[in-house]
Design a protein around this ligand. Structure first.
Ligand SMILES: [Ca+2]
Ligand SMILES: [Ca+2]
Length: 258
């Protein structure tokens, strides 16, 4: 159920701090004097007034975007979200706020020292994906809580990070955490599924001794990073060699007559 609050200009200039474990929300005025508002959990700002409404629950395939302030240093305590919404980023996975506060402060964060936490559960086909990210100031990207990109040097802005990562088929939790320090604020990140290289063909034996065989094959791909050689033992395939790109021959040694 929605509640309309007659906070007017006071609400417009303030920001909200919400404790997710509490049924109370805290409103901070410009002077940072908290006023406890009972049973006010979830907040939405518009240009004319302030409404309380449930923050949306996460939806598969959508970003959940949370804005937060923090106090002058990333290591300091972050405040609760000032604004939460579900949906697409706009433009896709790319946001720039310039030097001012996002949406002139109507999302409750300052021009400096704020974070944007973007999380979602997205479906991936099996494959190798190329993740890219850059930010002014910091972007960290996680898949299933495992770091994919860690932008640990906040003094370097807008450097591009590119990481290739195998992703199994199914839903995976993606988390992108952006941190703005001062000045201009901008971030972009994306992922694309890399094409699968054309498989080799015409595998054949071209030499042998009593303990070895030499194999060759036709290399049909121009975008491979290498070749794996597997040997079948019963129902199990064991990888016995890793070769570089464009390899077309390999000698398997230490064989025993059986
Ligand atoms: Ca900045
Ligand atoms: Ca090749």
């Amino acid at each position: 159920m929605q509640q309309k609050l007659a906070l007017g200009a006071v609400g417009f200039f303030g920001w909200w701090c919400h404790n997710p474990n509490s049924t109370k929300g805290q409103f901070y005025s410009r002077a940072r004097q908290p006023t406890i508002l009972s049973k006010l959990e979830l907040i939405y700002h518009s240009s004319e007034n302030v409404e309380a409404r449930p923050w949306p629950t996460p939806v598969d395939g959508q970003w959940r975007i949370e804005y937060r302030n923090y106090l002058s240093n990333p290591s300091n305590v972050q405040m609760g979200p000032t604004w939460v919404r579900n949906g697409a980023l706009y433009p896709v996975n790319s946001l720039c706020w310039g030097n001012g506060s996002p949406l002139d402060g109507k999302w409750g964060v300052w021009a400096d020292y704020f974070t944007v936490r973007m999380s979602g559960r997205f479906y991936f086909e099996e494959g190798v994906y190329r993740f890219r990210a850059r930010a002014d100031d910091v972007i960290n990207l996680y898949i299933n809580q495992n770091p994919v990109i860690l932008d640990e040097d906040a003094s370097q802005v807008n450097e591009e990070y590119v990481v290739d990562r195998y992703i199994s088929a199914g839903y995976h939790n993606v988390l992108a955490e952006f941190t703005e320090l001062t000045g201009h604020a901008c971030l972009e990140f994306s992922w694309t599924k890399l094409p699968v290289p054309e498989p080799p063909s015409n595998l054949r034996q071209i030499g042998r001794t009593i303990t070895s065989i030499t194999l060759t094959w036709q290399d049909n791909s121009t975008d491979e990073t290498g070749f794996y050689i597997y040997v079948q033992n019963g129902n199990t395939w064991n990888r016995i060699a890793t070769l570089g790109a464009n390899a077309t021959t390999h000698t398997i040694t230490d064989l025993q007559c059986g």
